[in-house]
Structures are given as C-alpha cells and as structure tokens.
Design a protein around this ligand. Structure first.
Ligand code: ACO
Length: 153
C-alpha cells in the first residue's frame, strides 16, 4: 500500500458517515464522540478508503472509537496499517495507553486487535443491549457486551 496517505480530516472535507456507520451503527453515539475526537482519513488516489477516530480519555489514555475500511479494500492489510498509524500518533502525543473496544461477537476484530498488541482489559457488560435500540448480530452471535482492549505504549 505504497500509495496510501493517512491524514486528519481537512476543514473542507465531508465526514465519511457511511464508513463510520459500518463500524458503529449508532449515529447518535458517533455524534456524541466526534466533537471531542480527531478523524484520520486514509486516501488512495484522492479517494477516502478508510478512517479511524481518536478520542482522548485523559492525559494518559486515548481510545480508537471507530475504525473502518471500505469493503472493497478490506483484507489487504489496511486495518493493520491504521492501527500502527494510531499507535505512532498516540506515542508521539505522549499518551501511555491506547484503548479499543469491540463486541463479544466481533471475532475477526478481536483477532486483529490482539495480533496488533492490544490485550483484553475489561468488559462493559450489556453495553449493546443498554445503548442500542435494535439487536445487532455478527457471525450469528448477538453483540451484547463491549470487550475493551488496551495497548501499553
Ligand atoms: N473477520 C476475520 N478476520 C479479520 C477481520 C474480520 N472481520 N478483520 C480483520 N481480520 C484479520 C485478517 O484476516 C488479517 O489476518 P492476517 O494478518 O492473519 O492475514 C488481519 O485481521 C488484518 O486484516 P486487515 O486486512 O489489516 O484488516 P482490514 O483492512 O480488513 O480492516 C477492519 C479490519 C477495520 C475491522 C475492517 O474489516 C472493517 O472495516 N470492518 C467493518 C467495520 C468494523 O467492524 N470496524 C471495527 C469495529 S470496532 C471499532 O470501530 C472500535
């Protein structure tokens, strides 16, 4: 992916809501964290093909609230590159830990995050039951709990 450029959302750029919604189906939740977040967009030949969102939790901790790659570009290592990019930016900004959360049913994401150095650090029990109006299923399993993972930087 030599031609992949990752940079913050420019002032004149649209928020790629479709991508954000592919990672988090709640527009309400997205609109809650975006005002205090930084959005990073990955471009190939000026097309936005992926994004991630960094949300500071404290002076020491920062969370990847949302990460998504356009379906036609998935499975080519871009998710891995985004996690490495987020890690580098968090270190450069002086954070001590990088967090990410995903559902109990998101098997592929749990694999990817652990492969990239994140360790299980907590469970927000019934998070998806309490905060989402519609039931969400992945891999035939209901998303009930939020599994939190942390990478020490
Ligand atoms: N199912 C199975 N395996 C997966 C999945 C998946 N959903 N996602 C990644 N992997 C594996 C790949 O097979 C690969 O394994 P390997 O290194 O052994 O070959 C490894 O993880 C890295 O894969 P990438 O190609 O770097 O990942 P990709 O570019 O597809 O990006 C992502 C991963 C961001 C999860 C992408 O699939 C996506 O956008 N999915 C839809 C949105 C989503 O679920 N976002 C995360 C929600 S949680 C959150 O936002 C905090």
């Amino acid at each position: 992916m030599d031609n992949l450029i990752i940079k913050t959302l420019a002032e004149n750029e649209q928020i790629p809501y479709e991508l954000l919604l592919s990672a988090d189906p709640s527009l309400e939740a997205i609109n809650m964290y975006l005002p205090n977040s930084t959005i990073y967009l990955a471009h190939i030949h000026n097309e936005v093909i992926a994004e991630y969102v960094l949300y500071p939790l404290s002076d020491d901790d920062i969370e990847i609230k949302n990460i998504a790659v356009l379906e036609s570009y998935q499975g080519q290592g871009i998710g891995k590159l985004l996690l490495k990019d987020a890690t580098r930016r968090a270190i450069d900004s002086g954070y001590k830990s990088l967090l990410i959360g995903t559902s109990n049913a998101s098997i592929g994401q749990l694999y990817l995050y652990q492969q990239q150095g994140f360790e299980l650090s907590g469970i927000k029990m019934n998070f998806f039951i309490d905060n989402y109006t519609e039931p969400i299923y992945e891999n035939g399993i209901q998303c009930r709990h939020m599994i939190m993972l942390t990478k020490v930087l």
